[in-house]
Each structure stands twice: as structure tokens, then as C-alpha cells.
Design a protein. Structure first.
Length: 319
């Protein structure tokens, strides 16, 4: 069905007020809407007449939009956003209301619709637009006893926002804590727990590094460099100590080898002296034995000679 263009005319309430006849009842005015042209219904819905008459015109106007008799885009261009919202809230097509609410940039107007919107559907969609934590808290108090569905939406958004704020705060705490810990340890001298502490804090930092602000990342990078220099300095010191220990051990080993060589040499010299002395003693003994034998032989010869001489003397004396 082709929608009809809307020409603004007087609202129904003003037409009846201008008539000289007896006052027309509200029910009669509402009933007249059924027979009225779309222009009259739109003017009444968007006008400033009695609330009950305007509400009836809004319902009728929504039905005309659903039927395709009136183009919603044209209706929307006529102004009076609250009234058009009321119409959109009653239309079958949910896009009308969603698009119209999405076009509202005045956050105060959105907050007002959360509480004062003409339908729960409008209030719920408006509630979905609220992102400020202070405004959520304020509207929660107002909606608590007025619209449970709106209150639930606001509560869920408030809880989610609070959870996100707590998550962000925790991340910020973790980031600052990791950075601070690395900066602190980077100023310490090396001890038995230094490397383990550095590796632990660095692992904690890696978990949140991507979430940190650039200035925190730079501070932490410098702290990690200082920590590594402390560790490298300690390793260099250990290497130097090991080299010194190795040199000292080599010197001790050399001295011990020299001492042992001297001991062996002395033992060998003593052995040589002992062997020489033994050989000399053996030679001396041999010489002594030869001399003793020669002496004994001389003595025996002398004794034999004396005996012969004695015998000869005896023979001479006998003769």
C-alpha cells in the first residue's frame, strides 16, 4: 500500500474547541479519530491537546504506520520527538524505535526517557543507552519501584560497568605493581634470591605488558635492563672468581708438583747415597777380609818360620 503524504492541519481538539455547538465529550473526540484523515490523526498525536486524546491518536497513528498508510520517515521529520517515540514504540517494526532512539544525542533526554518514556519498550531501549556510572546509579534509584524490567537492565549495566571498572583497576594495579617491583629490585645489589625474584616479577609483567601505558612500558623496560646488568655483573664476578680460583689452584698444584718432585728427587738421591754407601761398605768389608786373610797368612808363615828356626836351634843345641 502506498503511504499518504502528511499535511499538518489543526489537531482534533482545536477543531472541536472552535465549533460553536455544545462541548464534545472526550469519548466522542476519540471516536472521531477513527473517521478522521491521517493528517488530523498525526496533528492530534503530535499536538498539545488532552493526554487521553493524544494517546488515542498515537495508537491510531501507529496502526496507520503499520498498515503503510503513513510513512514513518515523513512522520519523524515533523518534529515532536517524544510523541514520535510514542508512535514508534507501538509500531510492529522495532527498527523505527531503535533508529529514532539511536539518533538522539542529548544524554539528558535519553535519561528522561528511561524514567518517563511512554512505554516500557521505550524505557528499556533508552536504558540500554546509559553508560555513565553516576547516571546509572541515579536512574537505578528512580526505576527501582517504577519499572522492574528497566531496573534490571540498569542493574545489569551498572554491575557490568562496576565489574569492568574493577577489572581495569586490577589491571592498573597489576601493571603498576609489576613495574614498581622491577624498579625496586633493579636498585638492589645481587643476593641469593635476586635471579629468582627477577624472573618471577618479569613473568608477572609479561602477563600485563600489552595493557600498560607507553610510559609504564618504558619505565619497566629500563628497570629490566638494569636488573639484567646486575645479574650480568654478578656472573662476570663469578667468572672472575672462578678464573682466580683456577689460577690459584694451578699455582697450588704446581707448587705441590714441585714439592713432590723434590721429595722424589731427594728420595732418589738418598737411595743413590744408600746404595753407594752399601757398595762402599761391601768394598771395605771385602778389602778387610783380604787384608785379614793376608795378615793371617803372614802370621802363619811367620809362625811356621819361627818353628823351623826353633827346630834348627834345637838341633844345634843337641849336637
Amino acid at each position: 500500500m502506498v503511504s499518504m503524504p502528511i499535511n499538518i492541519m489543526k489537531p482534533l481538539s482545536k477543531i472541536f474547541r472552535s465549533a460553536p455547538s455544545s462541548p464534545i465529550t472526550l469519548d466522542a473526540q476519540i471516536a472521531a479519530l477513527d473517521a478522521g484523515p491521517p493528517d488530523l490523526i498525526a496533528a492530534t498525536a503530535l499536538g498539545d491537546g488532552e493526554e487521553a486524546l493524544r494517546a488515542a491518536a498515537v495508537r491510531k497513528l501507529a496502526a496507520l504506520v503499520d498498515a503503510g498508510t503513513i510513512n514513518f520517515a515523513e512522520l519523524r521529520s515533523m518534529g515532536n520527538t517524544p510523541a514520535v517515540l510514542s508512535v514508534a514504540g507501538l509500531c510492529v517494526n522495532p527498527a523505527y524505535l531503535a533508529d529514532l532512539l539511536g539518533s538522539i544525542t542529548d544524554l539528558e533526554q535519553i535519561a528522561t526517557l528511561v524514567i518517563e518514556g511512554s512505554s516500557s519498550r521505550i524505557r528499556q531501549l533508552a536504558a540500554q543507552r546509559i553508560e555513565d556510572s553516576v547516571e546509572l546509579t541515579r536512574l537505578l534509584k528512580l526505576a527501582r519501584d517504577k519499572d522492574k524490567s528497566v531496573y534490571k537492565i540498569l542493574k545489569q549495566k551498572s554491575d557490568a560497568l562496576r565489574a569492568e571498572q574493577e577489572r581495569v583497576a586490577q589491571i592498573e594495579s597489576d601493571v603498576n605493581g609489576s613495574c614498581g617491583s622491577l624498579e625496586h629490585i633493579s636498585q638492589r645489589v645481587y643476593d641469593a634470591n635476586y635471579t629468582a625474584s627477577f624472573e618471577y616479577y618479569q613473568a608477572q609483567w609479561r602477563k600485563v605488558e600489552a595493557l600498560a601505558a607507553p610510559d609504564i612500558q618504558e619505565r619497566t623496560r629500563l628497570a629490566i635492563e638494569r636488573c639484567r646488568k646486575v645479574i650480568d655483573g654478578h656472573l662476570q664476578q663469578l667468572a672472575e672468581q672462578a678464573a682466580e680460583t683456577s689460577r690459584h689452584a694451578a699455582q697450588l698444584a704446581a707448587r705441590e708438583a714441585s714439592r713432590e718432585a723434590a721429595v722424589v728427587q731427594a728420595a732418589e738421591e738418598a737411595q743413590r747415597r744408600s746404595e753407594a754407601e752399601a757398595l762402599a761398605a761391601a768394598e771395605a768389608e771385602k778389602t778387610r777380609e783380604v787384608e785379614e786373610k793376608a795378615r793371617a797368612e803372614r802370621l802363619a808363615a811367620e809362625t811356621a818360620a819361627l818353628r823351623r828356626i826353633g827346630g834348627l836351634i834345637g838341633q844345634v843345641n843337641t849336637a
